[in-house]
Design a protein around this ligand. Structure first.
Ligand code: G6Q
Length: 522
């Protein structure tokens, strides 16, 4: 059974939300926060994660109407269909089962009448045994030396997820050095080649289709470079692949035994939980990789089983819709207060914008309301010295997710106290701003009244800028898995509410086709 097809703007809840918005749009977060119970009332927890969404332009009524909207478009039905393996990626005729990849339950998930759980378990065992061999040094290169460097060759979904996770889990990393080659720009691969020794490098070619121009070009270049020192008989020791296209992988020269599976029921940008995450397991060890999956599963179960009003991904999705469709905010910022998460915004840009950047609804009709938000961001505190001026005092409304950790990994307490003081300081500054009176009081002793009056408007912060505080105890593989899955479910929820298909990406095709044509003409 396909997903339901309901135009959100034609629902009763939307009408009520429109009235509610018109009556309350001048609402001030500062006034709302005078209620001493507000933070508690507008916070949700899941184990080591707490989400404080009290600093939003919302009341209890806003949440209840947004939840009503989610119910009216039958989000529950959509969630069940996704988890149980219905073909909800209708335009590509596929199931969407990244959640099955991290599931530890024995409950079968059927694709074409066959339970996919055994294949998933087999792939995980293969990842574990291969990672163990390489990390322990038992896997030898063509001159008998152990592997020192891993090169992940892939792009888009076959690059961004593993790259972001390996970067984020740097603290948990082993002795192997991991590189990521993605761009067709030959200077990218050249810079990486410079750092490699063919005798001790393992190349992981990640391509679901094994036809992607960038990946195949980079893989061929690296193979040719490798063959300057080695022979074709040495390729199996140095090249492994993750793909569905076994024939193409075989033609490339990869040993069949070293091919890791990918499946059509996992979309590229949701695939780091499959063998696409092989370079993660190689970099931090299989146990940490499994912990990442476990964290994601914890979020899956929460998403699947929790009432919408207490459901973290659902609430974050609804808030995003509130700003996007009622306040007409166009962008959202993701602001992690951890240098480890510096690649998270890039990763989320693909996950969010490739999924929900759609202008046609599930009926095939052109949409006359706003869909996918533009997402961007960078790490705190660096970004405070960069773009935050615009977020605080610019003309645009930019809801922001602040992501932080109660504890740092190396335990430099002084640094962490300062980091988190900035985290909360920014949230407060955005929400509460600084009034004319406050600025006046501050300037009182610094000059005459005329001077103060001139300067005053520039120093006022309007405030009333919404944000969420997403706080974990500590950055661990498990908490990272939870965070990524949180955004995955937020994406799906928004796609359902906007009545679009989140799991195709036809918008990336035309440019590729034209580039091919132009190349053939040259
Ligand atoms: C993601 C997209 C896309 C894909 C890349 C790489 O959801 O499908 O980013 O991952 O185009 O594709 P291959 O893995 O087939 O090389």
């Amino acid at each position: 059974m396909a997903l339901k097809n309901i135009n959100p703007t034609k629902t009763q809840a939307w009408e009520k939300l429109t009235d509610h918005f018109n009556n309350n749009k001048e609402i001030r977060i500062k006034d709302l926060c005078k209620d001493i119970n507000r933070q508690e009332d507008f916070s949700l927890e899941l184990g080591d994660l707490s989400v404080d969404f009290s600093k939003n332009r919302i009341t209890e009524e806003t949440i209840s109407l947004l939840v009503e909207l989610a119910k009216e478009v039958d989000l529950k039905d959509a969630i069940e269909k996704q988890f149980s393996g219905e073909v909800i990626n209708v335009t590509e005729g596929r199931e969407v089962l990244h959640t099955a990849l991290r599931s530890t339950s024995d409950e079968p998930v059927l694709v074409d009448g066959k339970n996919i759980k055994p294949q998933i378990q087999a792939a995980l065992r293969k990842i574990r045994s291969f990672s163990n061999k390489v990390i322990s040094g038992k896997w030898k290169g063509y001159t008998g030396k152990s592997i020192t460097d891993i090169v992940n060759i892939g792009i888009g979904g076959s690059d961004l997820g593993p790259d972001m996770v390996v970067e984020s889990l740097q603290y948990y990393k082993n002795q192997l050095t991991t590189h990521f080659v993605s761009n067709i720009d030959g200077d990218h691969v050249s810079e990486i080649m410079k750092k490699l020794n063919p005798e001790t490098t393992l190349f992981v070619i990640v391509s679901k289709t094994f036809t992607t121009q960038e990946t195949i070009t980079n893989a061929e270049t690296l193979k040719n470079w490798f063959l300057k020192s080695a022979t074709i008989f040495d390729i199996p020791k140095h090249f492994v692949a993750v793909s569905t296209n076994l024939e193409a992988v075989d033609n490339f020269g990869v040993d069949k035994a070293n091919v890791f599976p990918m499946w059509n029921w996992v979309g590229g940008r949701f695939s780091l939980w499959s063998a696409v995450g092989l370079s993660i397991s190689l970099s931090v060890g299989f146990d940490n990789y499994r912990a990442l999956l476990d964290g994601a599963e914890e979020m899956d179960l929460h998403y699947k089983n929790t009432a919408f009003e207490n459901n973290i991904p659902v609430i974050l999705a609804l808030l995003s819709i509130w700003y996007n469709n009622f306040y007409e905010a166009e962008t959202e910022a993701v602001l992690p207060y951890s240098q480890y998460l510096k690649k998270l915004p890039d990763y989320l840009q693909q996950a969010i914008m490739e999924s929900n950047g759609k202008g046609v609804d599930r009926n095939g009709d052109k949409i006359d309301y706003q869909t996918g938000t533009i997402v961007w961001g960078s790490t705190g505190t660096n970004m405070q010295h960069a773009f935050m001026q615009l977020v605080h005092q610019g003309t645009k409304l930019i809801p922001a997710d602040f992501i932080g950790y109660k504890e740092s990994l190396y335990g430099l307490v002084d640094h962490h106290k300062k980091l988190m003081a900035n985290f909360y300081g920014q949230i407060e500054a955005l929400a509460f701003g600084k009034t004319e009176e406050e600025v006046h009081l501050e300037l009182k002793f610094s000059g005459d009244e005329a001077k103060i009056a001139k300067l005053l408007p520039f120093k006022v912060f309007e405030g009333n800028r919404p944000s969420n505080a997403i706080l974990f105890d500590k950055l661990t593989p498990r908490s990272l898995g939870k965070l990524i899955a949180l955004y995955e479910h937020k994406i799906f929820t928004q796609g359902i509410l906007w009545n679009i298909y989140s799991y195709d990406q036809f918008g990336v095709e035309l440019g590729k086709e034209l580039a091919k044509k132009l190349l053939n003409k040259q």
